[in-house]
Design a protein around this ligand. Structure first.
Ligand SMILES: C[C@H](O)[C@H](O)[C@H]1CNC2=NC(N)=NC(=O)C2=N1
Length: 100
């Protein structure tokens, strides 16, 4: 059930509960750019996110340059955005508050 691909309207409703996430034009993924004070805080955020992702068996596409972390969430097996992506996005939003 949680791996059921969400409709655009469902994703847009879910994004209202998230902080700074955008939906890609084709509704295939959600994205957010996180910015931290420095590399240490960015990497601390990535560590927390990685451990949560591994527990969920649901992994982000992301890249890091110094204090920035670009994140793209999609469920490959569903070919779009599912509740798993929304859950991981919520966790990442919470981890931002924990670092620093
Ligand atoms: C075998 C393993 O459970 C699958 O490959 C999982 C792992 N992590 C995953 N992560 C993401 N983002 N999408 C998936 O479809 C996915 N599938």
């Amino acid at each position: 059930m949680s791996r059921t691909k969400l409709e655009r309207s469902q994703i847009e409703a879910a994004l209202l509960q998230l902080d700074g996430w955008n939906l890609e034009k084709d509704a295939q993924a959600i994205r957010r750019e996180f910015k931290f004070k420095n590399f240490s805080e960015a990497f601390s955020f990535m560590t927390r996110s990685a451990l949560a992702a591994e527990k969920m068996d649901h992994h982000p596409e992301w890249s890091n340059v110094y204090n920035k972390v670009d994140v793209r969430l999609t469920t490959h097996s569903a070919g779009g955005v599912t509740a798993l992506d929304i859950d991981l996005a919520k966790k990442m939003d919470r981890f931002v508050a924990d670092v620093g």
